[in-house]
Design a protein around this ligand. Structure first.
Ligand code: PLP
Length: 383
């Protein structure tokens, strides 16, 4: 009972023991440790085979061709490569994105603006979703890229990527989506979704941190200018020695997620709903993103009349996030909740709970008890 219950799976997950096992077999002197680019010995060939097998695992999940998968250090790098890479390859152009994107997309777009490229930031509806119609209305003659995330990291709200993809295809505009939160949880068929570029990473689905991939469509061919130059790895799009152990870890994590999804999704959603059932017994609580389709593990709750930082400190039985982990160092309320029109006071009193593979019913019940006790105490003090 000493350690707090980990309910921050949206920030990162522990690595699944089955994934650890595969990774360890690609590290030591007895393992497949070699440089996959080494062409002159069996060590290198075996490492290359391991990397290509993992590439197939990721491609299979996306219904893509393995040649469309570019390894990166994570979703941050994949987003940077997609956004800066397309604009550089096209020699400029207008970009449409949304105000609720991850900082990796927003800051890459901000950098483009500094270079003189125009960017439009769409405002979400009150439930957090980006209306495909608002994308259609923002399209200009010079628009070359639309980047709208699949599922939001703070709220779990899911955008209608297929609808946005269809209208981009119709207008001949490239479409990128950040799928770091939805990979392994939602269907990511790139043909059905009509996406041209898609970012994923391993560490939100029980794989290691420091590895991800960008899907880059080959037909019709999408051109992306490299952002990291060197030995010309990954068909010239991303140089650097491939991290064999990280890559096989991602392949295994993706395959495992696909195998478990039908059983795991409903189980996690059930635990998340049980958590809300318990918390909703309190007065003045609401779900941020209510009414929109959401990922199974996310629960972003606004506690009226309570300060989120105080709540986080007092809630010693649950390891959770206020807003997003990436901005929690600042005292600014979450820009995602702000963009959704959540008043500052409520945004300040909002907490993201995220349930995952290793969460039990007993964990949930312990957290409900802790939240209830703490909220009642804080509200009594506040008078
Ligand atoms: C976690 C996350 C990222 C960043 O991924 P890294 O692999 O940590 O760089 C980007 N976008 C979203 C939506 C995320 O949840």
């Amino acid at each position: 009972m000493s350690q707090a219950v980990y309910l921050d799976y949206a920030a990162t997950t522990p690595v699944d023991p089955a994934v650890v096992d595969v990774m360890v077999r690609h590290l030591g002197p007895e393992g497949t440790f070699a440089n996959p680019a080494s062409r002159s010995h069996l060590y290198g060939w075996l490492a290359e085979e391991a990397v290509e097998s993992a590439r197939r695992q990721v491609a299979d999940l996306l219904q893509a061709d393995p040649r469309e998968i570019v390894w990166t250090s994570g979703a941050t790098e994949a987003n940077n490569l997609a956004i800066k890479g397309v604009i550089e390859a096209r020699g400029g152009g207008h970009v449409i994105t949304s105000a609720t994107e991850h900082k990796a997309v927003l800051d890459a777009c901000g950098w483009l603006e500094k270079q003189g490229h125009p960017v439009t930031y769409l405002t979400p509806a009150a439930d957090g979703r980006i209306d495909p119609q608002s994308v259609a209305e923002a399209l200009r003659e010079d628009t070359v890229l639309v980047s709208v995330m699949h599922a939001n990291n703070e709220t779990g709200v899911i955008n209608d990527i297929a609808a946005i993809g269809a209208l981009c295809r119709e207008k001949g505009v490239l479409f990128h989506t950040d799928a770091a939160q939805s990979v392994g949880k939602l269907d990511l068929n790139v043909q059905a979704l009509q996406v041209d570029l898609l970012s994923v990473c391993a560490h939100k689905i029980y794989g290691p941190k420091g590895i991800g991939a960008l899907y880059v469509r080959r037909s019709p061919d999408v051109k992306v200018a490299a952002q990291i130059h060197g030995g010309g790895h990954e068909r010239g799009m991303r140089s650097g020695t491939l991290a064999t152990h990280q890559i096989v870890g991602m392949g295994e994590a993706v395959a495992l997620a696909a195998r478990l999804r039908d059983e795991e999704g409903p189980r996690i959603a059930g635990l998340r709903d049980r958590l809300w059932q318990g918390i909703s017994q309190l007065d003045g609580v609401s779900i941020n993103g209510e009414g929109a389709p959401r990922l199974p593990g996310h629960l972003n709750v606004a506690f009226a009349g309570v300060d989120g930082e105080m709540l986080l400190t007092a809630m010693n039985q649950a390891a959770v996030s206020s807003g997003s982990a990436c901005t929690s160092a600042s005292l600014e309320p979450s820009y995602v909740l702000k963009a959704m029109g959540v008043p500052d006071a409520l945004a300040h009193g909002s907490i993201r709970f995220s349930v995952g593979r290793f969460t039990s019913q007993a964990d949930i019940d312990r957290v409900i008890e802790n939240v209830t006790e703490v909220i009642q105490r804080l509200r009594k003090v506040a008078g």
